[in-house]
Ligand binder design. Structure first.
Ligand SMILES: [Zn+2]
Ligand SMILES: [Zn+2]
Length: 872
């Protein structure tokens, strides 16, 4: 066995299977394509599900890949042991109804023992206990002695997920030697100890689980293999765990170099070093696939990884931003297998630095709040700790560390209760989101071929009704008033995708008319026309005429082409780090999200707008061509972030200004856009900006709206000429300001008069002049009156109550000499507030409080006077 680097092992595996007739595909994006069951791709097989089910035809029936994967069930455990990691690569060879066990098993053996030169006597195959076929291949064809072929039960060697395709598997274990073993004489795969490590898993999908306990043979049998690349590298490089594998160890060594901490010297530091190493790998790959840190879904996973890495950086004593340096190393070590990493290097650095800085701010803010909360020692309430965690993103473990340092504890029970309450809410909102997919819920169009889309060239097509779905079930016909889904064999209606909304229009049958309100499609490419029968009846098999709302579609075309021009202009003005992060193209406007790190200046917005309009006035033809993806890339076509494209792609081009891969519908010439106007620019998430803009009629609508605003303002200010408006508005604002000042002076005078009057009804208690009155006025005027009472008579004490908006406000004041006699405004106001169902307090000479029961005003004043009497 020869030491081989991780990158070289990957290459050897892929070229080995290429030689066996497999098509080598690049790794699929970590973002599942049209698969809501997964947050992130977690196995080599996951992105190929639709090839296995037959929903999509694979490009070849033999495929080999090295797939980037992320598993996140226990992020918090990563680093604590050397065994956990979130990011890993999975090697795989797949057969879609092509070869089966007879080929798969010998190839696995050949690769391991000949290409990688692993000694045969260190390898132990396992088979499912009832799979005599696989057993025989190992014994007779490969020649493995019977005592080294292990039969294991369903738990280890049978793969199934509920009903559907399933089958036995055959694994290959590597004997790591006695030092990892339990020492028992019958130690072999299946034993609880660590001696035998599974490196290869061949799954033979050969049955269909019918759900009633019976299994039928599948017509097309499949092979699905999985082999962890890092695990295999451990074997080949003779190391104990993945952190010792060459490319990963290089990242780990960089963490040590930056922190000045040695690996292997101290267990606590080792945990941090490993966590940072793993999280830097995972984050770099996630960002390269277009994931941006956020508070939900994939973005939240990324945020947690970056923040956890930054946090462990602090624990190692790193007091400066460092994660982008690690990204550089991750990219350097992996770019051989993943060229997209180099392409996105600038973006990756920016996203990670941005998030790291934001987290740093969070920590500093959290530390400030926490030091306030822990001023008095004791127990930190669960609610406060949860608020720190949930609202401020302050890590719980950090809270606990700091509490421990101060000899304080945390009410963890309440914290956990808050946490599960929060999770319950999150689940409920997920459910609500799921409910929106009602339109295709429970309907399977499995037996219907993908709909042919005629709408690139036609606005109206002849078609045939293939199915009618009413209330979630297939129906033979639909009659007037019914809301149904229609499926046709071909259609000019564009189905919502790529951010472009679905078409509306009419479908006319011999016996009735159907109004299409929206069009969507299934992952299998079946177009669903959603709408209502306007008149008569539509019957299955009807020959119909499908006609889109052309006026609306023209507007959509203009906005979609504008979105392309906008992206090109943004890249010219802001830089090539600008990538589309989402878009919505409707008839009314376009919304374009893109990666960028600061708000656009007025000048930048004007420049972008001018560039797009220049391109419109240039009268450039917009061409659409289908071509192989390699050719499109050579042209420099912009591909959508993280999107997986087929072999042949559609390239939409506006001269040399904009070249994009796109399936949408477009104007045939830029001039058709009329004009382009940006309506707003803002932030959607950290590092993602959003521009909303309009074209054509949308610009006219915008102008009309602005004109209406000007007209209304002119009328309100009574100016005849709009050009006088700014001066008039400025003048009005100035006058208002002066009037405010006058009002303030007058209110002060009024308060002085009122407070002077108050002395008229004062009573003498123990040498103090006591005022207790209900007055009319705001909280501000209460304050002024108190100031004046105190100034006028240092021997006075007052409690005032003002009622407004169903609430009562109290103010108490005590003059200097009365304070010396033992009176306290805080206590006085407290007595009043308590009597009116409120609370409050303040300084000895002045205090304010609120109450909820205005009807208790007199009782509250009496209580305050009683409190004064008591204190004297
Ligand atoms: Zn053992
Ligand atoms: Zn497009």
């Amino acid at each position: 066995m020869q030491w081989t680097g991780l990158n070289e092992i990957r290459e050897k595996f892929l070229s080995f299977f290429e030689e066996k007739g497999h098509l080598r595909l690049g790794s699929f994006s970590l973002i599942p394509n049209n698969d809501n069951s997964l947050l992130l791709i977690n196995s080599g097989m996951a992105p190929m599900k639709k090839y296995f089910t037959g929903e999509i035809t694979p490009p070849r029936n033999r495929v080999t890949t090295c797939q980037k994967c992320i598993r996140t069930p226990d992020i918090d455990r990563v680093g604590i042991t050397a065994r956990h990691g979130t990011f890993f690569e999975m090697l795989g060879n797949f057969s879609f109804g092509d070869y089966f066990k007879e080929e798969a098993i010998p190839w696995a053996w050949e690769f391991l023992t000949e290409t990688m030169e692993i000694p045969k006597d260190l390898l132990w195959p396992s088979v499912y206990e009832e799979d005599d076929e696989a057993y025989a291949i190992w014994r007779d064809k490969i020649g493995v002695p019977e005592e080294r072929i292990v039969r294991l039960g369903k738990e280890d060697n049978f793969w199934e997920h509920g009903t559907g395709p399933c089958g036995p598997s055959s694994e290959i274990y590597f004997d790591r030697g006695e030092k990892y073993g339990c020492g028992k004489p019958d130690c072999k795969p299946g034993c609880d100890c660590d001696r035998h490590m599974e490196i290869w898993n061949n799954v033979f999908s050969q049955f269909n689980n019918m759900g009633d306990g019976t299994y039928t043979e599948l017509e097309h049998k499949n092979i699905d293999t999985g082999m962890g690349l890092e695990r295999l590298a451990c074997v080949i490089q003779g190391v104990d765990n993945m952190f010792e594998v060459d490319t990963i160890r290089n990242i780990l060594d960089t963490v040590c170099a930056i922190s000045g901490v040695k690996y292997g010297a101290n267990e606590k530091n080792d945990i941090s070093i490993r966590a940072i190493t793993d999280h830097a790998r995972a984050s770099t790959f996630m960002i390269s696939d277009g994931i941006i840190p956020s508070n939900e879904g994939r973005g939240y996973v990324l945020r947690r990884l970056i923040r956890r890495a930054a946090r462990h950086g602090r624990l190692l004593g790193i007091n400066r931003p460092f994660l982008s340096e690690l990204c550089d190393v991750v990219i350097r070590e992996n770019k051989a297998g993943y060229p997209e990493l180099s392409e996105k290097q600038e973006l990756i650095r920016k996203v990670i630095s941005f998030e790291e800085a934001a987290f740093s701010k969070t920590i500093d803010q959290g530390l400030g709040i926490l030091s306030e909360l822990t001023k008095n020692g004791g127990v930190l309430s669960g609610e406060d700790a949860f608020k720190l965690y949930d609202t401020y993103g302050f890590p719980l473990d950090l809270t606990k560390d700091i509490l421990a340092e101060k000899g304080m504890t945390l009410d963890e029970e309440t914290f956990n209760a808050c946490m599960s309450e929060q999770k319950k809410k999150a689940r409920a909102s997920r459910k609500a989101a799921d409910a929106e997919s009602w339109r295709s819920d429970g309907i399977s169009f499995e037996n219907i071929e993908a709909t042919k889309f005629t709408g690139y060239g036609e606005n109206e097509s002849k078609a045939k009704i293939l199915s009618i779905v009413s209330a979630g079930e297939f129906a033979p016909a639909a009659s007037v008033g019914e809301k149904v889904i229609l499926v046709l064999d071909q259609t000019p209606f564009y189905a919502e995708s790529g951010g472009q909304v679905g078409d509306t229009g009419e479908i006319t049958a011999p016996g009735g008319v159907f109004k299409v309100l929206d069009t969507t499609k299934t992952t299998g490419g079946v177009f669903m026309h959603l709408g209502e029968v306007l008149s008569g009846e539509l019957v299955l098999g009807d020959e119909v005429t499908a006609k889109i709302d052309v006026h609306r579609r023209e507007a959509i075309r203009r906005n979609h082409t504008a979105a392309h021009l906008l992206q090109a202009a943004l890249r010219r003005v802001l830089g090539t780090h600008v990538e589309q992060a989402g878009q919505l193209v409707t008839a009314e406007h376009l919304r374009f999200d893109f990666t960028h790190f600061s708000a656009l200046s007025k000048e930048e917005i004007a420049e972008v707008e001018a560039l797009v309009n220049e391109e419109i006035m240039r009268f450039t033809e917009v061409t659409v061509n289908e071509m192989p993806i390699a050719q499109a890339r050579a042209l420099g076509a912009m591909a959508l972030f993280g999107e997986k494209y087929g072999e042949v792609v559609r390239v939409v081009r506006a001269g040399d200004f904009s070249i994009e891969l796109c399936g949408g519908t477009h104007a045939s010439n830029t001039a058709k856009l009329g004009l382009f106007k940006i309506v707003s620019e803002g932030s959607v998430a950290a590092g993602v900006r959003r521009i909303e803009a309009v074209t054509g009629e949308g610009v006219l609508t915008l102008i009309a709206e602005k004109q209406r605003l000007i007209d209304e303002a002119s009328a309100a200010f009574k100016v005849n000429n709009a050009s006088e408006l700014p001066a008039k508005a400025q003048q009005a604002a100035q006058e208002l300001k002066e009037k405010d000042k006058q009002i303030e002076t007058l209110s002060d005078k009024l308060a002085a008069m009122q407070s002077a009057n108050l002395f008229g009804s004062a009573q003498e208690i123990g040498g103090v002049t006591v005022i207790a009155e209900k007055i009319s006025g705001s909280a501000d005027s209460l304050r002024t009156m108190c100031d004046q009472i105190r100034e006028k008579n240092p021997k006075a004490a007052a409690i005032l109550a003002a009622v407004a908006g169903g609430k009562i406000t109290f103010a108490a004041t005590v003059g200097k000499e009365a304070v010396a006699l033992g009176l306290n405004a805080g206590k006085i106001v407290k007595a009043a507030a308590q009597a009116a169902g409120g609370a409050g307090g303040g300084r000895p000479d002045f205090a304010m409080a609120g109450g909820k029961a205005p009807e208790m005003a007199q009782a509250a004043l009496d209580a305050a006077v009683a409190a004064i009497r008591e204190s004297l």
